[in-house]
Design a protein around this ligand. Sequence first.
Ligand SMILES: O=c1[nH]c(=O)n([C@H]2C[C@H](O)[C@@H](COP(=O)(O)O)O2)cc1CO
Length: 140
Amino acid sequence: MKVYFCGSIRGGRDDVELYLRIVTKLKSFATVLTEHVSHRELGDARGDRFIHDRDLDWLRQSDVVVAEVTQPSLGVGYELGRAVDMKKKVFCLFRPTGRRLSAMIRGAEDGDSFVVRDYAEDDIEKILDEFFSNLKLPKM
Ligand SMILES: O=c1[nH]c(=O)n([C@H]2C[C@H](O)[C@@H](COP(=O)(O)O)O2)cc1CO
């Protein structure tokens, strides 16, 4: 199974330590195509067109998209819109600690292919365990 993990980069890196925890946990279930999102140092000098095209290619290859959406990010919002269009299974994680999640993410919840889960940081591993143990992917 391949997972595309989304997290804020240019939107702000406040949650990078949490992204690392999420990616570490995701790697126990699947191949994570976008591990770099959790890296403290991002030295990608190959240009924005390269990043965009490479990431869309990974998105197409992925079976599941997991997004930490607490830190608002244009790139993450864009990835989620494209993922819906590609009919991917999407799991959004939001920490309700002061911010209000965009209606375009909260309002996309359908309880099946697009799930938004409010959570507390301490529970992240447990929540990912639950999600992956209940995950049913469409047959190819
Ligand atoms: O250098 C990058 N590498 C990269 O893979 N991305 C992708 C993956 C992230 O889930 C998302 C972050 O978007 P943003 O940078 O707008 O916060 O975009 C984004 C950037 C910078 O925009």
